[in-house]
Design a protein around this ligand. Structure first.
Ligand code: HSE
Length: 443
């Protein structure tokens, strides 16, 4: 079909920050190819932003306003692209746009993770689409891959490096012994970090993305509140180095795994084998590993943040929407991969029931019997030790670090063991626990 057979589709943008600038540039630069793909010309006609002083967007020909509602309520706009971020007013504006008959494309993972169930219900009622490819892993088309490309599989688990800032920090700690605040400042300057960088460092951003991945992987409602979340702020350079000596690398992973009794949803620092491809994803790059019964393990790798990588996903969603403007709403790809009336009520397991192997780092007094006390506590709880390292005291410190790797153990049993170890007089600081995932091809 010729791109001129229909009039151009008009886009209204909310937000002209890093990603908004990227979207205007990509849509302009690749306009010809995009209209060949979409079958229509796509033009940004309206944009709302609070502050235009720092925008890199090409503003020529745009109807600009400081008031988002003017875009949301303008009948000329067919697709609203929400790039403001945050929960509110994004939620209200998106719901209003759907009620006004507009399709929506958003890069807002927080919004989808927390309010996606409500938003998708509203979209279905209005027979409109909500695209959210850019909400997970930036430029990697992981939503499309799982929702469509892997649709023939029963998916067993998904494990991803889905926060570029945290991966950048861990990579720099390992490679260059740089300090945490300095690396974080660099990630902020490059536009990778969230407005509130604790979202990156404490795992909230990764949990938003994992919530979305889990829903499209297993066909369950979005359940952000059920995700176990642990960030990277307690990981030291020494932990990273000890893990290396044991043949592992520390990565901040989001993991969703289907078990017999329910689904595990967890975000935490994780030891993974050094030789695994995922262990070699460095800097701000993201990667998502998916295990399906038919396909086996598939790894999706790419830029997880930044203006144009994220714009790549936003523009792909816009093209998807444009292609289906004339399609029967009942036959579009469902938002959460499974038909809305076929979502499963599979329970999310409490973290205490999850089983993983563990890395433990103890700060112990250097005197006879300490190791025996620790191993007795583990033995009493049937926790089996896989490896043990006792290091020289750090310069100036009287205590010695003891590092243990355990076999798989239920979280609750390990919680009890850690509490008993921390109660020993000879243990001088809280125990550091990092869960371990072998990421085996067989599980
Ligand atoms: N703050 C996010 C990250 C940006 O560092 O990955 C992309 O969602």
């Amino acid at each position: 079909m010729s791109a001129n057979a229909y009039p151009p589709v008009k886009i209204g943008l909310l937000g002209l920050g890093t990603v908004g600038g990227g979207v205007t540039r990509v849509l302009t630069r690749n306009a010809e190819e995009i209209s060949r793909r979409a079958g229509r010309e796509i033009v940004i006609t309206h944009a709302a932003a609070r502050n235009l002083d720092t925008t890199t967007a090409d503003l020529a020909g745009l109807k600009l306003t400081g008031e988002a509602l003017e875009v949301v309520d303008d009948p000329e706009v067919s697709i609203l692209v929400e790039l403001m971020g945050g929960y509110e007013p994004a939620r209200s504006l998106v719901l209003r746009a759907l009620a006004n008959g507009k399709h929506v494309v958003t890069a807002n993972k927080a919004l989808i993770a927390r309010h996606g169930n409500e938003i998708f219900a509203a979209a279905s009622a209005a027979a409109r689409m909500v695209g959210f490819e850019a909400a997970v892993a930036g430029g990697i088309p992981i939503i499309k891959a799982i929702r469509e490309g892997l649709a023939g599989n029963r998916l067993a688990w998904v494990a991803g490096i889905i926060n570029g800032t945290a991966n950048f920090i861990l990579s720099e700690m390992r490679d260059k012994c740089r300090d945490f605040p300095e690396v974080l400042a660099e990630a902020q300057a490059l536009g990778y970090a969230e407005a509130d960088p604790t979202f990156d460092v404490e795992g909230i951003d990764a949990a938003h993305k994992l919530t979305i991945l889990a829903s499209i992987t297993f066909g369950i409602p979005l359940q952000f509140d059920q995700v176990y979340i642990e960030g990277i702020s307690r990981i030291t350079r020494e932990d990273v180095a000890y893990a290396e000596q044991l043949g592992y690398r520390v990565k901040h992973l989001g993991i969703a795994r289907r078990g017999v009794n329910g689904v595990q949803l967890r975000v935490h620092p994780t030891l993974i084998p050094q030789r695994h491809l995922l262990a070699n994803v460095n800097g701000v790059m993201n990667a998502v590993l998916v295990k399906g019964d038919a396909v086996g393990q598939s790894l999706f790798y790419g830029a997880g943040a930044g203006a144009e990588p994220t714009a790549s996903a936003v523009v792909a969603d816009i093209i998807d929407v444009v292609r289906t403007l004339t399609a029967d709403p009942e036959n579009r790809v469902p938002h959460l991969a499974f038909q809305p009336d076929a979502l499963s009520d599979l329970p999310v397991l409490p973290m205490t029931e999850v089983e993983t192997a563990c890395y433990l780092r103890l700060q112990a007094q250097d005197r006879p019997g300490v190791l025996a006390d620790v191993t007795r506590i583990l033995a009493d709880r049937a926790i089996s030790i896989e490896a043990i390292l006792q290091k020289e005291p750090l310069p100036g410190a009287g205590d010695v670090p003891i590092i243990l790797l355990t076999h798989e153990v239920q979280e609750q049993r390990m919680n009890d063991a850690i509490a008993a170890i921390e109660a020993l007089d000879s243990i001088r600081a809280p125990v550091t626990r990092i869960r371990l995932e072998p990421l085996d091809a067989v599980d």
